[in-house]
Design a protein around this ligand. Structure first.
Ligand code: ADP
Ligand code: SF4
Ligand code: MG
Length: 332
């Protein structure tokens, strides 16, 4: 189902910066040369993001968060669905336009150590995207120094090598590199999950400051609900490749509707990005995405499961304006 996060927005307001509709991706599973089935990694998801906002995507490991990110950045091609950026369908662009769009979307990955090239200096790592886009050496050098300062490092770090920096400093380098081509949208895929708690807060605050200064739009992916609440204006909750709840961050944390969101949220200590309290995992096994349950994919773990839940996939409805939930308990 197509779902707009904020149907109450006045019509005069600008159209969404990013609109995703009915996106799907399956991965073939092979044993030797034989195809034995498909993993349904992303199954019919739709959402909008306004310019300058942060959309959080949250859910347990394997629910399709990174696949969604890779589809948006066109690191992989979808099986179906559309991605509209600034009113233009990214799959229908000519080569020139396509190049501009690819520049305008960048990614910050989870592991700061494997995201940099260990054989390049920090300056070369930050400059790399500029080099690939034909920016001259002197300009690259100058801009890399500015970018390092912008992410809270010192220009002299340009001559260091990755093994000389800490994880937090390296993630700042990755953020600087993501900013090198002046993107409009940054997809942050678990950008602080590999960092110590104390460092996490610093990197999150840096991302927030940069967003404000540079008017960036973020897609912020994390399995950590505390971090997602701290960062996001709106949130999608994903389960086994599907969106089960979509609403403002404030509403999700105040009144989660989907049974999955409720369990997820009941298991976290109240929100403080500086907190070092552990997050409890949700009980029960996640079903295999190779053979997901019929109807509602959450039904094998849901305390409210009914007969209809095995038969029909619940569509995303809005029991209250702007608050989408895919569950047969809600009929609106
Ligand atoms: N290249 C791939 N080939 C096969 N299966 C994949 C591939 N990438 C992801 N998957 C599967 O797709 C599902 C979603 O993965 P992913 O998007 O990485 O989840 P998340 O980021 O939420 O942990 C998982 O079951 C994962 O094993
Ligand atoms: S549709 Fe049914 S099984 Fe799924 S979350 Fe709602 S009540 Fe539970
Ligand atoms: Mg992931």
């Amino acid at each position: 189902m197509q779902q707009t996060l904020n149907p109450e927005r006045p019509l005069a307001e600008a159209p969404p910066f990013l609109s995703v509709r009915n996106l799907r991706k399956q991965f073939p599973v092979r044993i030797g040369f034989r195809k034995t089935g498909y993993v349904s990694a992303v199954d019919d998801i739709s959402f909008d993001v306004q310019q300058g906002e942060t959309l959080g995507i949250v859910g347990e490991s394997g629910c399709g968060k990174s696949t969604t990110a890779r589809l948006l950045l066109r690191l992989i091609e979808p099986d179906a669905g559309t991605v509209i950026l600034n009113g233009r369908d990214v799959r229908k662009m000519d080569r020139g336009e396509d190049k501009v769009v690819r520049r305008s979307m960048q990614m910050v990955f989870q592991d700061p150590y494997t995201s940099v090239n260990p054989r390049m200096s920090i300056g070369e790592n930050v400059s790399f995207p500029m080099k690939a886009h034909g920016v001259g050496k002197a300009e690259r050098h100058e801009r890399a120094a500015l970018l390092l300062e912008q992410v809270g490092l010192h220009p002299h770090h340009a001559s260091y090598f990755p093994h000389q920096l800490s994880g937090g400093q390296l993630q700042r380098v990755n953020i600087a590199r993501a900013l090198a081509l002046e993107p409009k949208l940054i997809v942050c895929d678990e950008p602080v999950s590999a960092l110590d708690k104390s460092i996490q807060a610093q990197v999150l605050n840096l991302l927030k400051d940069l967003q404000e200064q540079l008017k960036l739009t973020y897609l912020f992916i994390s399995h950590d609900l505390n971090v997602v609440e701290y960062m996001s204006d709106h949130v999608l909750v994903m389960y086994l490749g599907q969106v089960v709840e979509a609403c403002s961050s404030e509403e999700l944390y105040r009144e989660p509707l989907h049974p999955y969101s409720r369990v997820l949220l009941s298991s976290i200590p109240k929100v403080d990005p500086n907190s070092s309290a552990p997050v409890e995992p949700l009980g029960g096994e996640i079903p295999s995405p190779l053979n997901p349950p019929s109807g509602c994919r959450f039904r094998t773990r849901c305390p409210f499961a009914m007969e209809v839940c095995a038969r029909e996939r619940p569509i995303l409805r809005q029991p209250s304006p702007g608050h989408g939930v895919a569950c047969h308990l809600y009929k609106a």
